[in-house]
Write a protein that binds this ligand. Sequence first.
Ligand SMILES: Nc1ncnc2c1ncn2[C@@H]1O[C@H](COP(=O)(O)OP(=O)(O)OP(=O)(O)O)[C@@H](O)[C@H]1O
Ligand SMILES: [Mg+2]
Length: 85
Amino acid sequence: MATLELRNVNKSYGSGLVDTLKNIEISIDSGEFLILVGPSGCGKSTLMNCIAGLEDISGGAILVDDQDISGMSPKDRDIAMVFQS
Ligand SMILES: Nc1ncnc2c1ncn2[C@@H]1O[C@H](COP(=O)(O)OP(=O)(O)OP(=O)(O)O)[C@@H](O)[C@H]1O
Ligand SMILES: [Mg+2]
């Protein structure tokens, strides 16, 4: 297991006029579960895609075991993901 930390993560698509993710701060210890719940379109999948590296973040940092993985390609992150459909 590993720790996961999101520091002030921001994400906007396209022109950047809309903040899809704004100032996301989450810290998950090794062995902890975190469940994201929210209405359709609130950004849950966007956040998962950013953690997995399938989408670039627009600001902030994502750390695994205190290492900044924000700029790493998906294959180098050692993160698994199951798509909802
Ligand atoms: N590739 C994309 N390009 C532009 N906008 C996008 C893209 N993907 C998602 N969005 C927009 O970002 C916002 C968040 O969408 P997202 O799919 O992350 O929400 P969600 O919480 O996973 O919703 P759901 O519960 O329906 O799965 C929505 O306004 C959506 O239209
Ligand atoms: Mg979704």
